[in-house]
Each structure stands twice: as structure tokens, then as C-alpha cells.
Design a protein around this ligand. Structure first.
Ligand SMILES: Nc1ncnc2c1ncn2[C@@H]1O[C@H](COP(=O)(O)OP(=O)(O)OP(=O)(O)O)[C@@H](O)[C@H]1O
Ligand SMILES: O=P(O)(O)OC[C@H]1O[C@H](OP(=O)(O)OP(=O)(O)O)[C@H](O)[C@@H]1O
Length: 338
């Protein structure tokens, strides 16, 4: 008889490290590639947002990227992959709640704040910028021109803090803290939108927007231009401040770090006259130092060195000029940094 998918009970999660992964969207595929590279093996049943890892005591929890900082920050999940922009938005939301509680005199609740999360490492994908955008042919030139106007965004808390700071500056109030002063009412109206934010200006819902830009194509197609950057973002690995199994967190971080290094670097090997070695070392210094071995030919050495992928072409040009021969470039399948 065919068996249905194994039901995942809360008990089966108890001894496992919980690791949140974006369930859809821009970060999903790159996150899955990282898990594969780190040999985290799992099978995700159709429509199930929890998958037990077969070869490690880990359970993957598939969540919207925007919710992952909340789950990790409150310590419900140990590790997570999300955008830095989402972490900043979550932190700004926590600050907004704390301000509201202070204003209402609820100091007891204020003391029970969530713990927050820590960045473990940048994952090197999902690069984008959260930018203030306005109609390209309109009259707005800088952020402060939008004070008192309507702003459409999915990043309401970051947008609120951004405009609160501009309003303070305009009013001549200096405040080192980036967050708005308690009790001040924002003159700029922040309108929460959950997607297709770029359409808001053309449809008359907003005068400007705060939205993500990567290639700039969406912004250009919507007749918008960026006038300021609120946050520069990329995907990051985050961990709870009190993970259930710190050793397992370190193991996963080390594996993922190894995959990222392998993706970022190539191995370059070449032969060069020993006399040109100082120049070669300057061109390809390596992560720590190049490995140099003597060739069975008087006055020649062989060099093996890791080089950042994006720098390899000019490095090869310069090595050739320095007298290097037989230059080979090899992909690195995996690495371990420490
Ligand atoms: N154009 C982009 N280029 C690169 N990274 C992006 C881009 N858009 C979003 N991201 C990154 O991916 C994260 C998730 O965005 P994405 O729009 O894929 O989320 P989602 O969960 O599908 O949500 P939504 O349903 O609101 O679109 C963002 O917080 C950001 O870090
Ligand atoms: O600069 P670009 O490369 O054009 O990317 C920017 C677009 O990508 C994101 O949206 P996404 O496509 O994820 O859809 P959404 O509008 O539903 O969030 C973002 O909100 C922009 O709309």
C-alpha cells in the first residue's frame, strides 16, 4: 500500500536545530543551492513548510523572508537565511513597538522585549538597495522634498524612521539617535503596500515610494528614479542570540562559509621564473599566501593560489606580462575555512 507523507509532529522537532529558509521569492533558489553545497539533505513534501534533514539533527522551516527575523529574533528558530533589509525592517518595527509602549507607560512590557538576532555572515547573493523613488519627470529632487507627502512601501518602519529623521532635520532638532523622538507625529504619510509598489505613483496612491532596486529595470519601466538609498542589502545568515545547539550552529555556519568561499574563489596554478616571484605574489597574494614549489627546472617555480573569481582575468593578464606560463584556473568544489 502506498504510504502518505510522514507527518511531522512537534515532538520530532524537539531535538533538532530549527533553520528558517525563504519559502519563495528572490532568495529561494540561491538559498537551496547553499543548502545543497553544505550537504544538508532533505525532501520537502508538497505543501509542507517543514522538512526534516536526513543526515543532520536539523529541521528546515520554510517561511516568508520578511518573517524570518521575527522567528529568529524571538528565539523560536535558531538560524535563518533572509535579506539584510528584512532584518533592518524588523529591528525598526521592534523600536516602533518599544516607543509605543513607552508612550503608553507600559514599561513592564517594554522590559520583555524580544532578544533580537545576530548576523553570522553575508551570503554573497540577493544584492539590492532599498531606495526612495519618485516620478522621473516630477519636481522631487531629494528625500526632504517628500516630507508631508504620501509614500508607498512594504518597508513601513524603515520608511517611518527615514522620514522622521528628515522631519527632525527640517525642524532643526538634532538627535543622534536615528529613531524618531517619542511623541512626535509623523507629517509624512506612510502607506503600507504588499507588492507592486512601483505602480503606486502612476496610480495616484503615492507621491514617492520606498522600494527595492537591483537592476533598476522595474523602476525605469514604471517611470521612476531613485533619489536616496535607505539600506544596502544582500542575503545574510542570522542566528538567534540563544540557539538551542550552538555547536550545530557553528557547524552549519562553517559549512556554509566553505561553500561561499568556493563560489567566490578559483584556484590558479602557474609556472614562473623564481626571479619574478615577488611580482607574482603581488598580483596573486592568495587568501593567506601562495603555495610555491620548486620545479624540476633550474630557476623556475610552480605557484598554486586562490584568487577571487571577479579578479582572475586581469590577474592572468598581469601574470603573463610577468613571465608566467602554463596558467591554469580551476573551479573549487568546496572549502573549509577553519
Ligand atoms: N530585485 C531584487 N534583487 C535582489 N534581491 C531582491 C530583489 N527583490 C528582493 N530581493 C531580496 O529578496 C528578499 C525577498 O524579496 P521577495 O520579493 O522575493 O520576497 P517574497 O517573500 O517573495 O515577498 P513578496 O511576496 O512581498 O514579493 C528581499 O527582502 C530582498 O532582500
Ligand atoms: O531593479 P529590479 O531588478 O527590476 O528589481 C526590483 C524589483 O524586484 C522586487 O520586486 P519583485 O519582482 O520581487 O516583486 P514584488 O513587486 O511583488 O515584490 C522589488 O520590489 C522591485 O519591484
Amino acid at each position: 500500500m502506498a504510504q502518505g507523507p510522514e507527518l511531522i509532529s512537534l515532538q520530532s522537532l524537539e531535538s533538532r536545530l530549527l533553520f528558517a529558509v525563504p519559502k519563495k521569492g528572490r532568495l529561494l533558489q540561491a538559498a537551496l543551492n547553499l543548502l545543497e553545497g553544505a550537504d544538508i539533505q532533505f525532501r520537502r513534501e508538497n505543501r509542507l513548510d517543514i522538512a526534516l534533514v536526513k543526515n543532520l539533527p536539523i529541521a528546515l522551516i520554510f517561511l516568508p523572508a520578511a518573517d524570518i527575523p521575527t522567528f529568529v529574533g524571538e528565539g523560536r528558530v535558531d538560524l535563518g537565511i533572509t535579506g539584510y533589509d528584512q532584518v533592518k525592517e524588523h529591528d525598526a518595527g521592534v523600536r516602533a513597538v518599544a516607543r509605543a509602549r513607552r508612550m503608553s507607560g507600559d514599561l513592564e512590557a517594554e522590559r520583555k522585549k524580544p532578544q533580537g538576532c545576530e548576523t553570522v555572515m553575508d551570503l554573497g547573493f540577493g544584492a539590492c538597495k532599498l531606495q526612495v523613488q519618485v516620478p522621473a519627470k516630477g519636481q522631487y529632487v531629494e528625500g526632504k522634498d517628500l516630507i508631508g507627502k504620501n509614500i508607498g512601501t512594504s518597508f513601513v518602519h524603515l520608511a517611518e524612521e527615514y522620514f522622521a529623521r528628515l522631519e527632525l532635520e527640517q525642524d532643526g532638532i538634532t538627535n543622534g539617535d536615528a529613531s524618531p523622538v517619542d511623541g512626535r507625529k509623523l507629517r509624512t504619510k506612510i502607506i503600507e503596500l504588499s507588492g507592486s509598489v512601483e505602480a503606486a505613483c502612476a496610480l495616484g496612491v503615492a507621491d514617492g515610494i520606498v522600494d527595492l532596486v537591483e537592476s533598476g529595470e522595474t523602476m525605469k519601466a514604471a517611470g521612476l528614479k531613485a533619489i536616496d538609498t535607505v539600506v544596502e542589502s544582500s542575503a545574510i545568515l542570522i542566528k538567534s542570540k540563544a540557539p538551542s545547539n550552538p555547536e550545530m550552529v557553528d557547524l552549519i555556519a562553517s559549512r556554509i562559509g566553505g561553500v561561499i568561499t568556493a563560489q567566490k574563489y578559483v584556484l590558479c596554478q602557474y609556472n614562473i621564473p623564481r626571479a619574478s616571484l615577488p611580482e607574482a605574489k603581488e598580483i596573486t597574494p592568495g587568501k593567506r599566501a601562495p603555495t610555491v614549489t620548486t620545479l624540476e627546472e633550474e630557476g623556475w617555480v610552480a605557484v598554486s593560489v586562490m584568487v577571487e573569481k571577479k579578479k582572475i582575468a586581469p590577474a592572468m593578464d598581469r601574470l603573463t606580462q610577468a613571465g608566467a606560463t602554463d596558467i591554469l584556473v580551476l573551479d573549487i568544489h568546496n572549502t573549509r575555512n577553519s
